[in-house]
Ligand binder design. Sequence first.
Ligand SMILES: [Fe+2]
Ligand SMILES: [Fe+2]
Length: 473
Amino acid sequence: MVTQNIMSAPPPSGNGNASPATIPYRPVAGQRAAAAERRKAFPYRFPRDGRLLGGKFTVAENARRLQRYFYFERRLMQGLGAWTLSIPEFEVKLETGRHIFYHGDAARGLRERLSEQELRLKDIDAFRDPEIDLLLEEFLSAADAPELLAGLHQVLGRALTTAYQHHIDDTDPVTDVPTIRCLRRILADYEPMLAWANAALAAYVEGGVDESRLAAWRWHLQRLLASVGGVTGTDPRTEAPTPLRCTAKPFERGTVPLRDVRFDTFHNTGDYDVADGGERFPKDSYEALRLRFIRTQRDEVDAIEAFGTFIWDIRFRDFQAEYDLARITWDEARHTEIGHRALLAAGYDPFELRNRLTGSTCRGPMEPAFAMAEINLFGEVGVLKTINQLIDAAADRRDELLRHISDFIRSDERTHVRKGGHIIRVMTDLDAKDLEQRTRELFTECLVSLGAVQKDMDVFTVTREDIERLVGE
Ligand SMILES: [Fe+2]
Ligand SMILES: [Fe+2]
C-alpha cells in the first residue's frame, strides 16, 4: 500500500531549516517520475494561468470594506432618488434615472458577495455609518443639479472607482475572485456614468454655470471625504471642513417637479386636448389614441420622479423594495426616451407638445404609500387595461412604430405591477380597499386644488377611472 511508503519516506534533502509554516515535502517513491511520464503523453498546451495566490485581506477585512462599499452604493441610490423632482434639465433627469439603478445594482452585487463572506443579509442591511450619512447629507445639500453631479460623480464616484480598482489589485485573485468579478461589473457601469457626468458638467459650464463655484464645492466635499478616512475608512484622516451646509440646514428632498425652459408645462387638467385648447384628431380615433400614448410615455419623466422619490421616502425599510424601485425608475427613464424618440419619428419636435405635470404635482408632497398606489395600482394597471387593444390596432394598421414600442412597454408595465405588490406592502399596513379609498380622496383634493376637476358636490371623490384618465402613466 502507498500509505506505508508515505510514512516511511525520508525527509527531502537540503531543507532541514524549513520554517514550521512550510508543509514538509513527503514523496512516494516513483510517483513524481510517473507524473512526468503521464504529462509527456498529454498533448494540449492550454494557456498558463499566471495568477498568484496571496492578497492583502482576510475574509473579515474584505467584508468590512465591502460593507462600506455596499453602504455607499445604497445611499447613492437613495440620494439620487431624493433629487429626481428637483433636477430641471431633461437629459440630466433621465440619466439620473439610469444611474439610480446602476448604484442599486452595485449594492445588490456587493450584498450578495457579503452574504458569502460570513455575514447575514439581515446584518448587511442593518449596517449604518453616521459619518457616511453626514457626508451624503452634505453632498445632497448641493445648491443645484450641476453641484449635485460635481459632488456625487466627480468626487464620490471617482473615489469609489479608485477604491474598487485598488481592491481588485490588492485582494487575492484566486481565493477572492468573486469579489473581483463583482467590482469589475460595477466599474463597467461606472465608466460610462462618470464619462457622461464629466461631459454634462462641461455642458453646464459652457452654458454659463460658474466653474469656480463647482470647483469650490468639489474641494469642500473632497476634504469632507478625507475627514472620514476616504471610501475604505483607512486613509489618514484630516480635519473636516466647516461650516457644513447640512448642519446649518438639514437636507430635505424637493416636492415640486422641475422642468427646463424648453418645456411648456400644465397641471390644471389631465387631458391633453384641454391643455392644447382643442383636438388634433377626433376623440377616440386611432390617431388620437396613438398620439396620446406616445405623449404619455414622454411625460413619464414624472414616473422617474415618482419612483425615485419613493426610494428616498422608504429608505432602509427593505432592500428588495428599494432595489425594485430603482429598476422601475430606470425603466421609466427608458419609457421617457422611447416617447421622446417616437414623437420625433412621428414628425414632432417633442418640446412643441405641452408636458403634463398634473400627476407629479400631486404626488410630490404626498406620503409614498398613496402616491405609489396612484401610479402603480391606478396608473400602471390602467395602462394594461387598454394596451392590448392598442397593440392589436397598431398591428392591423401595419403601424410598426407603435406596435414595437407598445409591445416592450406592455412587458415592462406588467413587471412593474408584479413588483408593486411587495413594494406597497413595505410602504403601508392598510388593506387594499382602504388604501384605494384614501388614495382617491387625496387625489380628489389635489385635482380640485389644481382645477383639474370641478368640485360640484359636497361629498365627492373621483373614481379610479377618472384618475387613470386624468393623471395617466
Ligand atoms: Fe412607464
Ligand atoms: Fe411603469
